[in-house]
Design a protein around this ligand. Structure first.
Ligand code: SF4
Length: 302
């Protein structure tokens, strides 16, 4: 396919329309040219990342001990056993979450707990937001019984949304707060979930816009500077938000503000955000009573 450069969501949507191709196909084709490789090799590389992520989920589900800080660990296992009990005919727990969403959250916890104990994970787009995209997509792919090739395509859709965000805004908590990490991951997941279920390019970016708007202004305030609290659970917030955004667009709801404009807004919010709320562990939850106690116990100064 001929290389067609895009820097924004609106440009990518236009290219998809002109070429009658999906977002994933354009991203794969362009990325193969950019990286001077073939589409086949690129897909094989993505498949190997998927394998690494699946291993991190399996390992994360086996963790039963809390981490050194005591802030995370063993919760993926708890969710797993709760889910196993919850969706039976005789369940007494009456779960309110759908089975797939709870599974997505479980996967995300497993990955983030692996990260907290320095296990191998795939940063997506960052280590702090590594649970969101795979949690959301892998659980949906399991339950919708999608092939790995469909999953790979949706991972490239997520990648395209991440690339546009990195190009026009930022992906690091240190520059944009958590909106740039977990917010972006939620947008990536929302768009990819929409693509996976047959949404149009416009719907993909509307879902991404709705998800990012919901997390705009989210601050980065990790306790003791560790990627554990609020990071582990915040990935689950991002997943729930992405499922909601994807369902909304598939129901016909549109975003009033398009994705490119949301990125301009994110830049603006990032500029207005105090340095204390950008990964310095000097504001928000990091200076809560608990935050201070954990930092002191670990000998990490605020
Ligand atoms: S709070 Fe900060 S460190 Fe934690 S996930 Fe968000 S951006 Fe990353």
């Amino acid at each position: 396919m001929e290389y067609t450069e895009f820097k924004s969501a609106s440009e990518l949507i236009k290219i998809c329309k002109e070429k009658r191709k999906g977002v994933g196909k354009i991203v794969i084709s362009n990325s193969a040219s950019d990286l001077d490789t073939t589409q086949k090799e690129l897909k094989a590389e993505m498949k190997s990342r998927i394998t690494i992520i699946r291993e991190s989920i399996q390992k994360g589900l086996k963790i039963s001990k809390r981490s050194k800080s005591g802030l995370s660990g063993g919760d993926a296992k708890k969710i797993d056993s709760y889910a196993k009990k919850s969706y039976t005919k005789v369940s007494k727990t009456n779960p309110l979450l759908g089975k797939t969403l709870l599974k997505a959250i479980k996967y995300s916890f497993a990955i983030m707990e692996q990260n907290a104990r320095f296990g191998r994970i795939v940063a997506l787009p960052t280590a702090g937001s590594a649970g969101t995209v795979p949690g959301a997509l892998f659980a949906a792919a399991d339950d919708l019984k999608l092939s790995d090739s469909k999953l790979i395509d949706s991972m490239f859709v997520a990648g395209g949304i991440g690339m546009i965000t990195g190009e026009n805004a930022m992906l690091a908590g240190a520059t944009g707060g958590c909106q740039a990490e977990v917010g972006t991951a939620s947008a990536m997941a929302a768009g990819a979930l929409t693509s996976m279920r047959g949404g149009s390019p416009k719907q993909i970016f509307d879902a991404a816009a709705i998800a990012l708007k919901g997390l705009l202004g989210l601050v980065c305030d990790p306790i003791a500077g560790l990627v554990e609290c609020p990071c582990v659970k915040r990935n689950s917030t991002a997943i729930s938000n992405s499922y909601m955004a994807s369902e909304l667009v598939l129901a016909g709801v549109e975003s009033n503000v398009n994705f490119d404009e949301v990125l301009v807004a994110m830049n603006n919010v990032a500029k207005l955000m105090a340095p204390e709320l950008k990964e310095t562990a000097r504001g928000g939850l990091a200076i809560s009573q608990t935050g201070k106690e954990v930092a002191e116990r670990l000998g990490i100064g605020n």
